[in-house]
Design a protein around this ligand. Structure first.
Ligand code: CUA
Length: 333
């Protein structure tokens, strides 16, 4: 590869550096209360370390430039050395204490969710996320996958659990990172301050498709969220066309229904994601593909090529069945 000329390399590197500071998956572009506190802590520690580094460099340069021992006896030199070491030890201890305190205060602040929190269980699977909303007021419990809708301004308490191996929940724009550990429930609070789409990613290596274990968090106004939740709590609507009708029939008569639930039908499988409103989600395969009829068909036809190692087997379907099932699933909005 031809090396880039410096006038191209430097702007490219600068652009790469800055790219980490913004976007829908950046801890430094916070859109949530908890992420904001963490970003403040980051910049505070960064600032203190920058000042320390500059001071050390200044002292180093001064020491190099200074000519040694001009008219000073050995006793004087030792005394100055002793003073310098004492000052360095005292300032190191002070700085470490301040940083530890700041870190402690931030950790306490980000882990308290208060009362009125919306409670959601997030369960990690190789390699997708099951999202279960606890009953809330008049709203019943409800299950979905890989997409978490939350209301802006209300704290959300996530109960993080895992069914197989250790995963880690991380939506950098909204909150810090926390592991999902089998046999244990970890609590993470996040409060979105601005409506928008935020990307999350499993942040603990959990097997072959760890990199394809993404999720989307959609922060909405409380009214939009209430509408979304009410719609999601409903069972799937009846098929609207003869093709969708054939799709539902094929779905129920093939192994699909043994692993997936479509509420309102006889499909009550629990091994894979709940598909009741799969057509309304932005992605399938935990962030792998945008949800379209075409991508659903591609996924069903050969899930092992698209996401090798995942637990969805290749089910043998006729071309007509494949077309009908993908039309039916895309219609589940
Ligand atoms: Cu789940 Cu990495």
């Amino acid at each position: 590869m031809k090396p880039l000329a410096p006038f191209k390399t430097i702007p490219t590197l600068m652009a790469l550096l800055c790219a980490g500071c913004s976007g829908w998956q950046s801890a430094l572009d916070s859109h949530g209360v908890e992420a904001g506190r963490l970003a403040t802590l980051f910049w505070f520690i960064m600032g203190v370390c920058a000042v320390v580094w500059l001071l050390v460099m200044a002292v180093l340069v001064a020491a190099l430039l200074r000519r040694r021992g001009r008219g000073e006896n050995q006793h004087g030199q030792e005394r100055r050395l002793g003073l310098a070491v004492a000052a360095a030890v005292a300032s190191t201890a002070t700085i470490i204490t301040i940083l530890t305190l700041a870190s402690f205060i931030t950790t306490r602040a980000v882990s308290s969710s208060g009362r009125d929190a919306l409670e959601i269980e997030v369960r990690g699977f190789q390699w997708w996320w099951q999202v279960t909303y606890a009953p809330d007021g008049t709203q019943p419990a409800m299950v979905t996958a890989n997409e978490i809708h939350i209301p802006v301004g209300r704290p959300v308490r996530l109960m993080l659990v895992s069914s197989d191996v250790i995963h880690s929940f991380w939506v950098p724009s909204l909150a810090g990172k926390l592991d999902l550990i089998p046999g244990r429930t970890n609590e993470l609070t996040l409060t979105a301050t601005r409506a928008g789409l935020y990307r999350g990613q499993c942040a603990e290596f959990c097997g072959l498709q760890h990199a394809h274990m993404g999720m989307t968090v959609i922060a909405q106004t409380p009214e939009e969220f209430a509408r979304w939740r009410a719609a999601q709590a409903l069972p799937a609507g009846p098929p609207g066309t003869p093709e969708e009708e054939a799709g539902l029939e094929a779905f129920l008569s093939t192994p699909c229904a043994a692993c997936h639930t479509v509420r309102g039908t006889q499909a009550t499988g629990k091994l894979g994601p709940d598909l009741t409103h799969v057509g309304s989600r932005r992605h399938i395969g935990a962030g792998l593909l945008e949800t379209t009829r075409g991508s659903l068909a591609a996924w069903i036809a050969d899930p092992q090529t698209l996401k090798p190692g995942n637990n969805m087997p290749m089910v043998s379907l006729t071309p007509d069945q494949l077309r009908a099932i993908s039309a039916y699933l895309a219609s589940l909005r």
